[in-house]
Ligand binder design. Structure first.
Ligand SMILES: [Fe+2]
Length: 257
């Protein structure tokens, strides 16, 4: 049975938990969902031979109301939506492989991303450096309505922690690329989130700071309002999201993190 997410997301979208798919209303333009499978994340697992659900999540990139598409292209914004499976991969909770975003051309500033969670519970894992020495790593518990902005340049991934599918939307820069290779070469993220809730360091790293658990509201939210869907927040005031295609606008926002 589909669960309506219109109030939660500000878009005409519902989640089909049985199919791990999203269903969109007639005025929403969207691509076919792309399925990500266990093979896609193997290189980043605590145990690359581990078994787990074959279908990890379904992602829809470039979703919007048909009337909004031109404005999003003009502003260089992209909206995506995802629904996750649940379960374990070896000792780890089911998760994405992790990536960081490319640099804005001509700068050394990497693009950010704004997450908004709709159903289920999980964690956003944030890692400051994409190298063998990691000085900051944050684990952010998330549930319906929570929002998280990825600090510029940080590695990030999503962990699904409950039996209800974790579904969420996200804004990012249309020109940005997702970079996976460096994290794969490191053998995954600096920590692994296990089924029992323990978070263990990745022994393939040289030096890893202890993970810090941080509530989503304790992270910088810039001018993104917490109490309304990020899609509606964009429609009301598109400029709130200019920092996504223009990371130079918020280069210092995470200095106090
Ligand atoms: Fe991302």
């Amino acid at each position: 049975m589909n669960r309506d997410l219109q109030t939660m997301s500000g878009l005409d979208v519902a989640v089909d938990a049985d199919e791990l798919a999203l269903a969109f209303g007639p005025d929403v333009v969207h691509p076919e969902g792309e399925r990500r499978s266990l093979g896609d994340v193997r290189a980043t697992l605590e145990d690359p031979e581990a078994s787990g659900p074959e279908h990890l999540y379904t992602i829809y990139m470039d979703v919007c109301r048909a009337a909004d598409h031109g404005a999003l292209v003009d502003q260089s914004l992209l909206y995506g939506a995802v629904v996750y499976n649940h379960g374990l991969i070896g000792r780890e909770r089911l998760r994405s492989q992790g990536h960081r975003h490319s640099c804005k051309p001509g700068t050394d500033l990497r693009y950010s991303e704004v997450y908004e969670f709709w159903t289920g519970h999980g964690h956003v894992y944030l890692q400051q450096e994409c190298g063998p020495v990691v000085t900051r790593a944050l684990l952010v518990p998330v549930g319906p309505g929570d929002k998280v902005i990825v600090p510029l340049g940080w590695v990030h991934l999503t962990v699904a922690s409950t039996d209800e599918p974790l579904a969420f939307g996200a804004w990012c820069a249309r020109e940005g690329k997702l970079e996976y290779d460096e994290l794969r070469a490191l053998g995954g993220p600096a920590h692994f989130v296990l089924a029992n809730g323990d978070v263990v360091p990745n022994p393939r790293y040289t030096q890893v700071a202890d993970v810090e658990v941080v509530a989503p509201r304790d992270l910088p939210l810039l001018d993104v309002p917490y109490e309304q869907p990020i899609y509606r927040a964009w429609r009301e005031e598109p400029g709130r999201f200019d920092f996504l295609p223009q990371p130079e606008l918020v280069a210092c926002a995470w200095e106090e993190l």
